[in-house]
Design a binder for this molecule. Structure first.
Ligand code: CU
Length: 385
C-alpha cells in the first residue's frame, strides 16, 4: 500500500515578539489605515455603552484603547502589540492533490493552549490545534485513508479531542481521540465524501472549546480535483466570549454566561482582531482568479460572507463540490460548523474587504483585506470628480 507521510506540520505560533507599531489616532480617523465605509461614528465608548459588559473589572475600558472612531471606518486596522500570535496565515494553503491514486495520509495535530494577542492591548488564552487559529488546513482526495494523530500538549490544562465533519463514524473521531494533557491517540477514516468540511474539538462544553479557537477545515477533493486558480486562501470566522467588554486591555478571561447566551464580545477572522488586516493582509493581482476556502468555526453565529467591491463568480454552496457552483452571487450564508468555497476575479486594483454582512460585527473586530495590484481599468470602474 502506498503510504505517504503527508505530515501536517506544527505551524509555529509566531512566538517572536512583534514590536508594537503605533498608528496615530489622526491617521486612523483620516482612514489612511483602512477602507472608509459610510459609518460616521466618532469615539466609540464601547465600555460605557456596552449592554452586557462586566462592571468593576480590573481591566480598563475600551474608551482608552479603541477611541479611534467607528471601527468600520478603518475596517479594520489595529496597531500590533507585543505578544504571541496565533493567527493562521490565510495564504498558507496546502497545494492541490493532483493526479494520483488514493493513499494513506497521516495528519498530526497537537492541541496547545497559548496566551496570545487578541487586540492591540489585550491577550487571551487561546486553545488551538498546532498553535494557530484556525488549525492547519488538511487537503486530501476522495478515497484517501486519513490517519489522524492527536497529541494533547503536556502544558495543557484541559482535555481535548477532534471531530472531523468529513468522518462517517462515532463523534467524527472525537471519542477515539479524547486526550488528557500529555496523552496521544489516533484513528483512521476513509474520506468517502468530497467537499470542504470543518473540524473542531468536541470535549464538553464543546461550545467553549470551539470559541477558544479549536477549529479548522479539511478539503476532500473530488477525483478530478478542483479547477486550477491563481490564488487560494484559508479563512475562518469565530467568536470570542470575554468577561471584559470589547476593546478592554490586559489578559482577558472567558465568560461562560455570555457563551450560553450567545453574546460574544469579539468576532474575528483567523483568530484575532486585525489578523487578516494588519498581520496577514491577502495579496493578489488584477485578472487573477482567487479562491477562498471559508468556514465558520463559530460556535454559534451564522456568517453572511461578503467581499466588499466584488461579486463571487462562483460559489460552492455549503462547501459541496459535487454540485455545479452557483454563479454571480453577492453574499453567501455560511452556517456555524459549515463552509463554502468562493471564486472571483478582481478587474480593478484596490483594497477588497472580507466581512460578515451582519456589519455590527466589523465593530467587534471582524474584517480581512485583499490588496489587489495592477492596471486601472476605467471601463470597469472609474471615479468621477
Ligand atoms: Cu478542546
Amino acid at each position: 500500500m502506498n503510504r505517504t507521510r503527508h505530515t501536517i506540520n506544527s505551524t509555529d505560533n509566531h512566538a517572536e515578539d512583534i514590536k508594537g507599531g503605533t498608528v496615530s489616532r489622526r491617521a486612523l480617523l483620516a482612514g489612511s489605515a483602512g477602507l472608509a465605509l459610510s459609518s460616521v461614528g466618532i469615539a466609540h465608548e464601547a465600555a460605557a455603552e456596552h449592554p452586557h459588559g462586566a462592571a468593576g473589572n480590573t481591566t480598563r475600558a475600551a474608551s482608552h484603547s479603541n477611541a479611534v472612531g467607528s471601527l468600520s471606518q478603518r475596517a479594520y486596522s489595529v496597531p500590533t502589540p507585543v505578544a504571541n500570535d496565533i493567527s493562521h496565515d490565510p495564504s498558507s494553503v496546502p497545494p492541490p492533490v493532483g493526479k494520483r491514486e488514493p493513499e494513506t495520509i497521516r495528519v498530526d495535530l497537537e492541541t496547545r493552549e497559548v496566551e496570545a494577542r487578541l487586540d492591540q492591548r489585550a491577550t487571551f488564552r487561546f486553545w488551538t490545534f498546532n498553535g494557530t487559529v484556525p488549525g492547519p488546513m488538511v487537503r486530501v482526495r476522495v478515497g484517501d485513508t486519513v490517519e489522524v494523530h492527536l497529541k494533547n500538549s503536556e502544558d495543557s490544562w484541559m482535555m481535548h479531542n477532534v471531530d472531523f465533519h468529513a468522518v462517517t463514524g462515532p463523534g467524527g473521531g472525537a471519542e477515539a481521540t479524547n486526550c488528557a494533557p500529555g496523552e496521544e491517540k489516533a484513528f483512521k477514516f476513509k474520506a468517502r465524501h468530497p467537499g470542504l468540511y470543518v473540524y473542531h474539538c468536541a470535549v464538553p462544553p464543546v461550545a467553549m472549546h470551539i470559541a477558544n479557537g479549536m477549529y479548522g477545515m479539511i478539503l476532500v477533493e473530488p477525483e478530478e480535483g478542483l479547477p486550477p486558480v491563481d490564488r487560494e486562501f484559508y479563512v475562518m470566522q469565530g467568536e470570542i466570549y470575554t468577561a471584559e467588554p470589547f476593546g478592554s486591555e490586559g489578559l482577558l478571561t472567558e465568560d461562560y454566561e455570555k457563551l450560553l447566551n450567545e453574546r460574544p464580545e469579539y468576532f474575528v477572522l483567523n483568530g484575532h482582531v486585525g489578523a487578516l488586516t494588519d498581520h496577514y493582509p491577502m495579496k493578489a493581482a488584477v485578472g487573477e482568479t482567487i479562491r477562498i476556502f471559508f468556514g465558520v468555526g463559530g460556535p454559534n453565529h451564522v456568517s453572511s460572507f461578503h467581499v466588499i467591491g466584488e461579486i463571487f463568480d462562483r460559489v460552492y454552496i455549503n462547501g459541496s463540490v459535487t454540485q455545479p457552483p452557483q454563479e454571480e452571487v453577492q453574499t453567501v450564508v455560511v452556517p456555524a460548523g459549515g463552509a463554502t468555497i468562493v471564486e472571483f476575479q478582481p478587474e480593478v486594483p484596490g483594497r477588497y474587504v472580507l466581512v460578515d454582512h451582519s456589519l455590527s460585527r466589523v465593530e467587534r473586530g471582524l474584517a480581512g483585506w485583499i490588496d489587489v495590484e495592477g492596471e486601472e481599468n476605467p471601463e470597469v470602474f472609474e471615479e468621477l470628480s
